[in-house]
Design a protein around this ligand. Structure first.
Ligand code: CMC
Length: 422
C-alpha cells in the first residue's frame, strides 16, 4: 500500500504513508483538514506521531529499547553514561580519543556561576528539589546569553551539550547538599562522571557502586517521545532557548505519572512496610475504580509485555545491595508485590508490569539518596536524551511551532448581559 485511503462523504482521499527503518507505519494527515474540514482527535496522543526521529527505537510489544540501534542491554553492560550521551547526540559510538576529549570537555564545566549557587541557597528548604532544578536550569540562560539562540552554530551546539551535562551534575549535588544544610563539595575533574557526582553528593564512591549508578543513568538516558521529551520539543518548537526547553522538560518529568513515580513508589513501599508489610491492601486499592490510588511503578503507555529497563534494574538492585552490604526490607516487599500483581487477573488482563521506576528507588535509597531527590536523579539521566532530541528538532527542516487544534465543546455565541440583570 503506497497511499492511505480515507472515504469522506463518498469521496475517496489519499494520504502519504511514511515507513520507518523498523517498519513502523504512519499516515501523514497534514492536509486532512484542508481537504475535508476534519481534524483528528487523540487524547493523550495514544496514536499520534509528533515527529520522525533517528535517536531511540522502542517496541513495546517485544520489550525492545535501542539507542541509535544499540540494544539497551549491551549499552548497560559495556558502555558508560558519558559514552551513551555522546552516542545519543552524535549518532555514533566515539573512538577512545573522541570519548576522552568529550569527557574532559564535560568535566571542564566544574563550577557553577556564583549567582546560581546563591539562588539554590535562597530557595526555602521546603522547596521540592525538582522545582529548584527547573528554576536553576532556566536561570543558567543568564550566564550564557550567546547560547540562548534557538539556531546555534555547530560549535555552540557542542558547547551546550557538554555544559548541560557538566553543570546539571553539579546542580543536582548542590541542591542535595544545600537542602540538607551541608557545605558544597567541589567537583574533581579527574574523577569519572559518576565518581565525581557521588563525591559531590557526599556518598561513598567505590568503583562498583559508581558503575551501578552509571547503569541507572544509561537506562534513563532517552525514551523517545515521552511526556517530558515531547515537552522539550514543544517548547523548543517556539524558538525558546535550550535552557527554557530543558527546564520545561524537568517540570513535566516531575509528575507522578512520569518521572515522579520513582519517589511515589518508595513512599508506597514505606506505607506498606508501616502497615505490617501486607501488600494485599495496596493491590485492592489499585484495582478499586472508586479509589484514585494506583500501583506506582506499574504499567506503561508503550511497554505492554515488560519494560526491558525494569529487568536490568531488578538484577542491578540485588547486586548493589549485596555490594553495599545493605539488607532492605523494602526490596522484599517490592518483590512480593510484583509477584502478587503479576498473578492477579486485573494486572494480567491490562498488561501491567513493573516499569523502570519500580526498583530504581531501592537502589537510590541504598546509595543514601533521599526520596525527594529521586526524580532529580531521573532528570540527570534523561539530560542527554532531552538535549539530543532538542538538537534533532532544531536541525529538522520540517519543524514548525507545535500548535494542536481542538474540538470546541463550550457555549455557542451568546449576548453579554449587564451585571445588574444576571
Ligand atoms: N495501577 C492500577 N491500575 C493501572 C495502573 C496502575 N499503576 N496503570 C494502569 N492501570 C489501569 C488503568 O486504570 C486502566 O484501567 P481500565 O482499562 O479499567 O480503565 C488500564 O490499566 C490502562 O491504563 P491507562 O491509564 O489507560 O494507561 P496509560 O497508558 O494512559 O498510562 C501510566 C500509563 C504509566 C501513566 C499508568 O500505567 C500509570 O499511571 N502507572 C503508575 C505511574 C508510573 O509508574 N509511572 C511511571 C511510568 S515509567 C517512567 C516514565 O518513563 O515515565
Amino acid at each position: 500500500m503506497s497511499k492511505f485511503k480515507i472515504e469522506v462523504d463518498g469521496k475517496t482521499l489519499e494520504y502519504p504513508i511514511l515507513v520507518g527503518s523498523e517498519n513502523e507505519k504512519a499516515v501523514d494527515i497534514a492536509k486532512l483538514r484542508a481537504d475535508t474540514g476534519f481534524i483528528t482527535i487523540d487524547h493523550g496522543f495514544l496514536n499520534t506521531g509528533s515527529c520522525a526521529s533517528a535517536i531511540t527505537f522502542l517496541d513495546g510489544e517485544l520489550g525492545i529499547l535501542r539507542y541509535r540501534g544499540y540494544p539497551i542491554e549491551q549499552l548497560a553492560e559495556k558502555s558508560s553514561f558519558v559514552e551513551v550521551a555522546y552516542l545519543l547526540n552524535w549518532g555514533k559510538l566515539p573512538t577512545s580519543a573522541e570519548l576522552s576529549a568529550f569527557e574532559k570537555k564535560v568535566a571542564s564545566f566544574s563550577t557553577l556561576p556564583e549567582y546560581i549557587t546563591k539562588m539554590i541557597q535562597l530557595m526555602p528548604k521546603t522547596t521540592h528539589p525538582m522545582a529548584i532544578a527547573s528554576a536553576i536550569t532556566v536561570a543558567l540562560s543568564g550566564h550564557y546569553p550567546e547560547l540562548n539562540n534557538p539556531n546555534p552554530t555547530p560549535a555552540q551546539k557542542d558547547e551546550i551539550f557538554a555544559l548541560m551535562l557538566g553543570q546539571f551534575k553539579i546542580i543536582t549535588a548542590a541542591i542535595h547538599r544545600t537542602l540538607r544544610g551541608e557545605a558544597l563539595v567541589a567537583s574533581n575533574p579527574t574523577l569519572s562522571y559518576c565518581e565525581d557526582f557521588m563525591s559531590m553528593m557526599g556518598m561513598k564512591a567505590s568503583k562498583d557502586v559508581a558503575k551501578a549508578l552509571d547503569v541507572l543513568l544509561i537506562l534513563h538516558a532517552d525514551h523517545e517521545q515521552n511526556c517530558s521529551t515531547s515537552t522539550v520539543r514543544v517548547v523548543g518548537s517556539s524558538n525558546a532557548s535550550i535552557f527554557a526547553s530543558i527546564s520545561a522538560g524537568i517540570d513535566a518529568l516531575w509528575g507522578p505519572l512520569h518521572g515522579g513515580a520513582n519517589q511515589e513508589v518508595l513512599e508506597m513501599l514505606e506505607e506498606i512496610q508501616k502497615a505490617g508489610g501486607d501488600a494485599h491492601k495496596a493491590l485492592e486499592r489499585a484495582k478499586d475504580k472508586n479509589d484514585t490510588f494506583k500501583l506506582m511503578g506499574f504499567g506503561h503507555r508503550v511497554y505492554k509485555n515488560f519494560d526491558p529497563r525494569a529487568k536490568i534494574i531488578k538484577k542491578a538492585c540485588d547486586t548493589v545491595l549485596a555490594q553495599l552490604g545493605v539488607k532492605d526490607q523494602l526490596l522484599d516487599i517490592a518483590k512480593g508485590l510484583e509477584e502478587k500483581a503479576l498473578a492477579d487477573d486485573y494486572f494480567k488482563s491490562r498488561n501491567l508490569y513493573p516499569n523502570v521506576d519500580f526498583y530504581s528507588g531501592i537502589i537510590y535509597r541504598a546509595l543514601g539518596i533521599p526520596t525527594n531527590m529521586f526524580t532529580v536523579m531521573f532528570a540527570l539521566g534523561r539530560m542527554p536524551g532531552w538535549l539530543a532530541q532538542w538538537k534533532e528538532l532544531r536541525e529538522t527542516k520540517e519543524t514548525k511551532i507545535a500548535r494542536p487544534r481542538q474540538v470546541y465543546n463550550g457555549e455557542t455565541v451568546r449576548e453579554y448581559v449587564d451585571a445588574s440583570k444576571r
